[in-house]
Design a protein around this ligand. Structure first.
Ligand SMILES: Cc1cc2nc3c(=O)[nH]c(=O)nc-3n(C[C@H](O)[C@H](O)[C@H](O)COP(=O)(O)OP(=O)(O)OC[C@H]3O[C@@H](n4cnc5c(N)ncnc54)[C@H](O)[C@@H]3O)c2cc1C
Length: 398
C-alpha cells in the first residue's frame, strides 16, 4: 500500500467535500480529498441548480404523512418506492413518519430555516471566489399551483415560511403569465421567491470549483475509502491502493456516508432519495427561471443551451439501476406544459443523501473532533455547501 500522511483528509469530492476543502485550505490547513470518480460528478452534477434560500420545508410534513399511500399509488406523483428496498428502508421510513408529525416538522423547518437563511449571499461570494459568477442567475424561483385547492393546501407551508422571514410573493394566474409568458395558465396561481438565485450549469460550476480547490494546493487522491479507524495519533483510512493517515477526517461522501459513520461507532439514519433529470437541448428556453409545478415535484431549470427537468423522489437504495418509469413520467409531465418538447437529449439519475428529518448532519462524530460528519443534505446540498464549509471550519478551529 502507498502511504500518505496529511493534516486533513476529506472523504468525498462532491460539492460539500470540495467546498470544505477550499475553506480549510484558506484556513491554512494541509488538505487532501479522496474521491474515486470525477470530482463533482455525483448528485452535485445532476441537480436542479437552485440556491434555495426559501426551501425550509422538510420533506416529511403532516400532509405528506397523511397522503403517503395515495402519493405512492399515483403514477404522476413525485414519490415512488421500490418494494425490493422496503425491508432495508423500514427503519428510515419509521423515523421519517415520526419526523413528519406536526411538532417535529415545525422544529425541523426551524433548523433548516436557520441554515439556508444566508444561502444567496453566501453563494454569490463563493461563486466569485471560484470564478463562477457568470453561472449565477438572480431571477428568483417560481412555484406553480394547478388548482385553487392545491394552493390552499400549501397555506400552512406559506405561513411557516412567512414566520421564518422567507421572502415570497403570492401571484394570481395572470401574474404568473406576466412573469413566464410561455407557461400554460394555471388556475391556482403561483408563489414567487424573488431572492432565490440559481446556477445555469451545475456541472460546469463543479469543474470550476474542483479547479479552484486544486489551485489552492489541495491534493486529490483517486480512490474509494473502504475502512476508517481511529489510531493513537489520528485516523487511519484504507483507500486501496493507498493507506492514509490523517490528524482529522471529514466524512463528506454524500449518500454513501452511512457505512463510514457506522465504522467509527456513530451510526446515523442516512439513506437516499434517488432523483432524476431529463434534458432537452434547445437554444431558446421556455422559462426564464426555475419553475416548479408543485403537484409533479420537479423543476423546469433553464440551463446553458438546454432545459433540464429535474426532481422526483424514489426511495430505492444505492444499488438498483435507474427506473425508466420515472424518466418517462418526467418527460410526459414536462410535455403537459410544453408540448413541443420531443425526446429528451439525455437522462440522468443520482442519489440525494437524505436524513429522515431533512436536516443535514454537520457535527463532530460522537468519538471526538478528529472525525467530522458533513453529509445528509438531501434536497438542499448545493444551497448549503458554502454554509457547511464555514460550519466545519468553525468546528475545527474550536
Ligand atoms: C434531481 C436532484 C435535484 C436536486 N436539486 C437541488 C437544488 O436545486 N438545490 C440544492 O441545493 N440541492 C439540490 N439537490 C441536492 C444536491 O444535489 C445534493 O444535496 C448535493 O449534491 C449533495 O452533495 P454531496 O457532496 O454531499 O454528495 P455528492 O455530490 O453525491 O458527492 C459525494 C461524493 O462522495 C464520493 N464517495 C462516495 N463514497 C466514497 C468513498 N467510500 N470514498 C471516497 N469517496 C466517496 C462520491 O463518489 C461522490 O462524488 C438535488 C438532487 C437531485 C438528485
Amino acid at each position: 500500500m502507498n502511504r500518505i500522511s496529511t493534516d486533513i483528509a476529506i472523504i468525498g469530492g462532491g460539492v460539500i467535500g470540495l467546498a470544505i476543502a477550499l475553506r480549510l485550505r484558506a484556513d491554512g490547513r494541509d488538505v487532501i480529498v479522496i474521491e474515486p470518480n470525477e470530482p463533482g460528478s455525483g448528485a452535485s452534477y445532476g441537480n436542479a441548480g437552485t440556491v434555495a434560500d426559501y426551501a425550509i420545508i422538510p420533506v416529511g410534513t403532516p400532509a405528506v404523512l397523511r397522503n403517503f399511500l395515495s402519493l405512492l399509488l399515483d403514477p404522476d406523483s413525485p414519490l415512488a418506492i421500490r418494494t425490493s428496498a422496503l425491508p432495508t428502508l423500514f427503519p428510515w421510513l419509521a423515523r421519517f413518519a415520526y419526523e413528519s408529525l406536526p411538532r417535529r416538522y415545525l422544529k425541523n423547518a426551524g433548523r433548516i430555516a436557520e441554515l439556508v437563511s444566508d444561502a444567496s449571499s453566501a453563494w454569490t461570494e463563493f461563486a466569485a471566489e471560484i470564478g463562477a459568477s457568470h453561472f449565477l442567475s438572480a431571477k428568483g424561483c417560481l412555484y406553480l399551483y394547478h388548482t385553487r385547492k392545491a394552493f390552499q393546501a400549501a397555506s400552512a407551508d406559506i405561513e411557516l415560511r412567512r414566520r421564518h422571514g422567507v421572502s415570497q410573493e403570492l401571484l394570481s394566474a395572470g401574474e404568473v403569465l406576466q412573469l413566464e409568458p410561455r407557461l400554460p395558465g394555471v388556475d391556482g396561481g403561483g408563489l414567487f421567491f424573488p431572492q432565490a438565485i440559481n446556477l445555469s450549469d451545475p456541472g460546469k460550476v463543479m469543474h470550476l470549483l474542483s479547479s479552484a480547490v486544486q489551485q489552492a494546493g489541495v491534493e486529490f487522491v483517486q480512490a474509494s475509502v473502504t475502512a476508517i479507524a481511529r489510531e493513537r495519533n489520528g485516523v487511519r483510512l484504507v483507500a486501496p491502493p493507498y493507506e492514509v493517515h490523517a490528524r482529522t477526517v471529514v466524512i463528506a461522501a454524500g449518500a454513501h456516508s452511512r457505512k463510514l459513520a457506522a465504522q467509527v461507532g456513530d451510526p446515523v439514519q442516512l439513506d437516499t432519495e434517488r432523483g432524476y433529470h431529463v434534458e432537452y437541448d434547445m437554444p431558446e428556453l421556455p422559462v426564464e427561471r426555475p419553475v416548479c409545478p408543485t403537484a409533479h415535484g420537479f423543476y423546469f431549470c433553464p440551463m446553458q443551451d438546454r432545459l433540464r427537468v429535474a426532481g422526483l423522489v424514489e426511495l430505492g437504495g444505492l444499488s438498483a439501476p435507474a427506473n425508466p418509469r420515472l424518466t418517462q413520467a418526467l418527460a410526459r409531465n414536462a410535455r403537459r406544459f410544453f408540448p413541443e418538447l420531443g425526446t429528451p437529449s439525455r437522462i440522468w439519475f443520482g442519489f440525494r443523501p437524505s436524513m429522515p428529518d431533512s436536516v443535514p448532519v454537520i457535527r463532530p462524530s460522537k468519538g471526538g473532533r478528529d472525525i467530522i460528519f458533513a453529509f445528509g443534505h438531501g434536497h438542499i446540498g448545493l444551497t448549503l455547501a458554502p454554509r457547511t464549509a464555514r460550519l466545519v471550519s468553525t468546528l475545527l478551529a474550536a
